[in-house]
Design a protein around this ligand. Sequence first.
Ligand code: ATP
Length: 300
Amino acid sequence: MNGAGAAGDGQVMMGAMTSSAPGRADVSAPRPVLSIRDAALGYGDRLLWSGLTLDVPAGEFVAILGPNGSGKTSLLRAVLGTQPLTSGSIEILGEPVRRGHRSVGYVPQQHLADRGTPLRARDFLALGIDGDRFGLPLPSADRRRRVDAMLDTVHARAFARTRIGSLSGGEQQRLRIGQALIGDSRLLLCDEPLISLDLNQQRAVSDLIDASRRDQGRAVLMITHDVNPVLDMVDRVVYLANGQALVGSVDDVFTSEVLSDLYRTPVEVVRARGRIIVVGLPDHAHEGHEHAPHHDGTEH
Ligand SMILES: Nc1ncnc2c1ncn2[C@@H]1O[C@H](COP(=O)(O)OP(=O)(O)OP(=O)(O)O)[C@@H](O)[C@H]1O
C-alpha cells in the first residue's frame, strides 16, 4: 500500500474513515459511539500497529481481522481501557476510555467454564446487570424480568437453572453474549465469539450480535479469524497486519491488490460460492494458528 491510504478505487484507508470533507465540521452528524484517533499500540520497543483512525456510529458492525499476533485483542483491550495506547486517543460517547465503562459490553475470548462452576445460567446473565457493583445484588421484579427476557433472546430458557459448567460451548457462548447485552451498553466488543462453535451455533451467535445492533442500535466491534461467517452482516473491517491498520468495506479490503500490498507479497483473493478465500499468505501470517486451520477467510 506504499504507506498512503488509497488502493484500487481509493476507498481503503490506512486506518482513516471519517466521511466529512476535510476542514468542514458536520454539525448534523450524530456523535460516534466509538472514536479512535491516530492510534498506535505496541509493547516496549515492539509496535503492533499504528495509524488507526476510526469512527463507529450506532448500529455499525465492524469486524477486526488479521493474522495471529497482529494486535487484534490488544486493540479491544485499548477500547476497554485496560491497555494504554502508545499514541493517539480513544473516546466512547465523547469521553476518554476508562476501565469498566458502563456503555461497553464485552464478550471475552471463549474458554469453557469449569464443570464444577456452581453458577446457574440465569445467575450468570444477571451478573451483566449488577455484577460490577459491590454487595449482593438485590432481587427485584424488574431484574427478574430482564433476565427472563434475555434468556428468551439467547434461547436459553431450557437450561436457565443448569450450572453453566455442564453446558455445551455454544450454549455457554450464547450466555456470554446475553451477559454482555443485558446491561445498557452502547458498544459491544466481542473477541472471537464464533471460535470452536459448529456452523449452527456460529449462525445463532452471530445472529444475536447482529440483532443487537439492528434492534438496539449497538455499535459492534468483533474479532474474527474468518470473515465468511459474518460476511452478510459486516459493514466495515479493520485489517491489522505488518504494523498497519486498514479500514474499509469487505469489498474494498478483500482484493488481491490491497492484501498483496498489505502483506508485501503476492496474495490472491478468490470469491467462490459466496465465500472469500485468500490464497498465498506468507508463512508468518499463520504463526500460532493453534485453534483454527485458516484465518480471515483463508483456506489452505
Ligand atoms: N501485555 C503484553 N505485554 C507484552 N506483549 C504482549 C502483551 N499482550 C500481548 N502481547 C503480544 O502482542 C502481540 C499481539 O497480541 P494480541 O493478543 O493483541 O494479538 P492478536 O492479533 O489478538 O492474536 P491472536 O489472533 O493470536 O489472538 C502478541 O505477540 C502478544 O504476545
